[in-house]
Design a protein around this ligand. Sequence first.
Ligand SMILES: [Fe+2]
Length: 276
Amino acid sequence: MEHTQYSLLQLSDTHLQAAGKRLKTGDSGAQALKSAISKAFRMLPRFDGVILSGDLVDRGAQEEYLELKEGLRDLPADLPVFFCLGNHDASDAFAKVFGPLGASDFNDVSESHYQYSTPLFQCNGQTVRLVVLDTLEPGDDQGHLCPKRLQWLHTTLSRYPKDRILLVMHHLPFLTGSGLFDSMVVEERHALREVLFAFPTVERILCGHFHRSCVTQLGAIPVVVSPSTVHAYPLSYRGRKHEPLVIDEPPGFTIHRFIHDAHNAYWVSHFVQHSP
Ligand SMILES: [Fe+2]
């Protein structure tokens, strides 16, 4: 009996560059994206949706988003793609290539930020719903959730008291112990916790940003951080003078599968490495 009800592919920190360009590290975001999609579909023949969890491109330029759009043609044309923005993104350039959020058929579209919700599928009479948060603050690598964004989250979660919520955000809402990244986590993470703890419907948070896989929890909510498709960062970093920014470790992506057995239904997250 098939127990998997729904499979999501999470591609994070794809960092696409303009055609023919490479990252400072020498990596190609386009080549890495192609390799990740190819590996994912060798592991599973079919997905129900794809999440791109921020740092879609490297400099927030329109030509980079065009390259991303080209790279995503490797996905089946009817596969839904859910975007989330990161600190390397620029919402205006993104919208010029992928269209404004207001023109989408997502629910609860925010007027001021790239935030929305959408139902994914039904499980035992409940809707499993994706809610995407925007932690991008232009000009700042640190993640932010201003009162407006947090109010939107509260209002949106209040609207669906019976749904099972999968929350996606680029920046981490917790400290990792990494000197490189802990100055760039969500500054208002304590205010976020206050909102989330009022909603037991939130059953998993998916992030990117860290360029490494890791897992923690906010109260009872598991937080799963997907690696970058392009390269991996070290856990501790002493600066460019002392060592290269990326380390000799394969990049990757994450497959989240919703499993339905006789007694329970739950998400299982699988980290996968690939070799661009
Ligand atoms: Fe990134």
